[in-house]
Design a protein around this ligand. Structure first.
Ligand code: AP5
Ligand code: MG
Length: 268
């Protein structure tokens, strides 16, 4: 289905709620969309052993959030790489991993001041709310804090924040059955959407793996972090009038309603 208006969407929800699953389904239904998953970007850095990946590895494994400054840097780099924000002034980025040039530019934005300086070097709102629908995107997992949301506002205005809620016990159950294809980020579940061949990716036939943060104890930490940070985040988007909330026990229940909402807002 074709979008008639640019969709700039974020997905907010507890770990395991189906942000990745819904992103994949939305991309399939609305081919003009592109998706950035903050978790996938971080995991790619870990896998490729970049300096940033080495820095965040233990945080991811423990189920804690990485610092706002690091995630902002990763996301800004990805926006530039995709040409959504014009050319970076100092960085040359050819992949989702942080390039040596970017590493040289600045390896750590520890303070609010440093980060503000970095963000002010970025072109503001380059896309603008009336930009072409082919520049539509979904952000899965970013922003996660009110500070991240404020910084994102400076880069690109969001016109829909989808908040998905599912009971904790259902989520915990899902996480234990989740398997992922690391290179693509494709997600499977042994009870819900099992791969055609057990343990293998449907498209490439490559092996599936468990995420290092998908054990019960780590899941509980991730869930707690979500509870601590999500309220101010949702308030931020409610104030802007772009928050849309949906509840359900399964993605199959949620998907058709999500599709309808997209059609209503961006296709009609
Ligand atoms: P991230 O990768 O974003 O993980 P998360 O938020 O914990 O969410 P998940 O990816 O676990 O779940 P999901 O909602 O995508 O669900 P999925 O579709 O897989 O972040 C990882 C880490 O990176 C964080 O802990 C943090 O350290 C760091 N990070 C990332 N962004 C950050 C930020 N902005 N700031 C700071 N730190 C950041 O579905 C889950 C399972 O359910 C799957 O197995 C799926 O198949 C299954 N499923 C889906 N629908 C159904 C159904 N209907 N019935 C049964 N099973 C189903
Ligand atoms: Mg995910």
């Amino acid at each position: 289905m074709r979008l008639r208006r640019a969709a700039r969407v974020i997905l907010v929800g507890a770990p395991g709620v189906g942000k990745g699953t819904h992103s994949e389904r939305l991309l399939h239904r609305f081919p003009q969309l592109q998706c950035i998953s903050s978790g996938d970007l971080l995991r790619n850095n870990v896998k490729n052993r970049t300096a940033l990946g080495i820095q965040v590895e233990s945080t991811l494994k423990a189920g804690n959030l990485v610092s706002d400054s690091i995630i902002l840097r990763v996301i800004s780099n990805e926006f530039h790489k995709r040409g959504w924000l014009g050319q970076p002034q100092v960085m040359t980025l050819n992949s989702s991993a942080i390039s040596p040039e970017a590493e040289a530019y600045n390896t750590d934005y520890d303070t609010e001041n440093e980060m503000a300086a970095f963000m002010s070097a970025m072109p503001k709102n380059t896309l603008g709310p009336s930009a072409d629908p082919s520049a539509s995107f979904i952000l899965d997992g970013f922003p996660r804090t009110a500070l991240q949301a404020n910084k994102l506002d400076d880069l690109v205005p969001i016109n829909l924040a989808v908040s998905i809620t599912t009971p904790f016990e259902v989520l915990l159950d899902r996480i234990t059955g989740r398997w992922v294809h690391e290179p693509s980020g494709r997600v499977y579940n042994t009870t819900f959407n099992a791969p055609k061949v057990p343990g293998r990716d449907d498209i490439t036939g490559e092996p599936l793996v468990k995420r290092v943060d998908d054990d019960e104890a780590t899941y509980r930490t991730r869930f707690k972090k979500f509870q601590e940070t999500s309220e101010p985040l949702l308030e931020h988007y409610a104030r802007k009038g772009v928050l849309w909330e949906i509840q359900g026990n399964s993605s199959d229940e949620i998907s058709p309603r999500l599709f309808r909402e997209f059609e209503k807002r961006f296709c009609e």
